[in-house]
Design a protein around this ligand. Structure first.
Ligand code: NAD
Length: 296
């Protein structure tokens, strides 16, 4: 398919590369132009303005947050003003339920289609085409875009025809991951302070009752204190908890654990965690238990 890709950060670079590998004709745009060069080397066309990435059957956004997606979609040079009638905007960033609803309405008004397709998986999974994609939008939009989604993900799940539902599902998932990071951090501070070997402890957990990828991935990162370079930066983690809480507010669904994790993220950022991976949340309990980081 002829597709535009806007947002070549840690996730978007690998995703756009997989579209090229699958034989799609990809035009890339990124605010920092230097990030386009590796994709151009792999066969992508370079857009000098976002509008130039909107000339195909679909345009994908994989941008940081609501502000970035709003700027690209609604701005003067933006997607809504430039995408053709019947073409699809596939929004794959983790954005708010409210913005997803506004985008769906604005695209419908402009005679375009809108699909929410946020993802599970870190940059390594994005590069390997192994993302899990939670999508929602009109059935024809989902089926028309399936070749694109399948080039980027190992499995695509469909949550009906209302795009904000997929965004809510994604936010609920990140809330669960952050809860695991926090509770693993507390459990590992407990046993670690008593002298239990943390790698052996994570092996034990994941080989017995906790064999899920989140325990495996984050248990290892916490045991090795490997929080740099960030695969998913802590400020983006805070953003997602905030968005989950906003959705919870409007649905009148209390989430006391989310409120706690929100404050844990604030403390992490206040203590210099701005550039760390969000798994550094799992080190807070060890710090509070007076456990020093091992010598490097
Ligand atoms: P990143 O910070 O590496 O990349 C962000 C991209 O957004 C860059 O291309 C940047 O140029 C662009 N951008 C930021 N602000 C902008 C603005 N105002 N105008 C135009 N462009 C702007 O982030 P990432 O890790 O690639 O994450 C991208 C999205 O995917 C986020 O919504 C994130 O929550 C989500 N996500 C990330 C991961 C992960 O593990 N990194 C996993 C799943 C989902």
């Amino acid at each position: 398919m002829k597709v535009g890709f806007i947002g070549l950060g840690k996730m978007g670079s690998g995703m756009a590369a997989n579209l090229l590998k699958a034989g799609h004709e990809v035009t890339v745009y990124n605010r920092t132009a230097a990030r386009m060069a590796p994709l151009v080397d792999q066969g992508a066309k370079r857009a000098t303005r976002p509008a130039e990435a909107c000339r195909g059957e679909a345009v994908i956004t994989m941008l940081a947050d609501d502000n970035a997606v709003s700027a690209m979609a609604f701005g003067a040079e933006g997607i809504i003003g430039n995408l053709g009638k019947g073409a699809v905007h596939i929004s794959m960033s983790t954005i708010s339920v409210a913005l997803s609803g506004r985008l769906a309405a604005a695209h419908a008004e402009a005679g375009q289609r809108f699909l929410a397709a946020p993802v599970f998986g870190r940059p390594d999974a994005a590069a390997a085409g192994k993302l899990f994609i939670a999508s929602a939008g009109s059935p024809d939009g989902v089926s028309d875009c399936m070749p694109l989604l399948e080039a980027m993900g190992q499995k695509v799940f469909v949550f009906g025809s209302e795009p904000p539902k997929a965004n809510l599902v994604k936010l609920s998932g990140n809330f669960l991951i952050a809860s695991v990071i926090e509770s693993l951090g507390e459990a590992m501070a407990l046993v670690g302070k008593a002298g239990v070997d943390l790698s052996a402890y994570v092996d034990f957990l994941t080989a017995t009752l906790f064999g899920a990828p989140v325990y495996n991935t984050y248990g290892k990162l916490i045991a090795e204190r490997k929080f740099e370079p960030a695969g998913f930066a802590a400020p983006l983690g805070l953003k997602d908890i905030r968005l989950a809480m906003e959705a919870a507010d409007s649905l009148r669904a209390p989430m006391p654990v989310a409120s706690l994790i929100h404050d844990r993220f604030l403390a992490l950022l206040a203590q210099g965690g701005e550039s760390l991976d969000w798994s550094a949340l799992g080190q807070m309990a060890a710090k509070e238990a007076g456990m020093a980081a091992p010598e490097k």
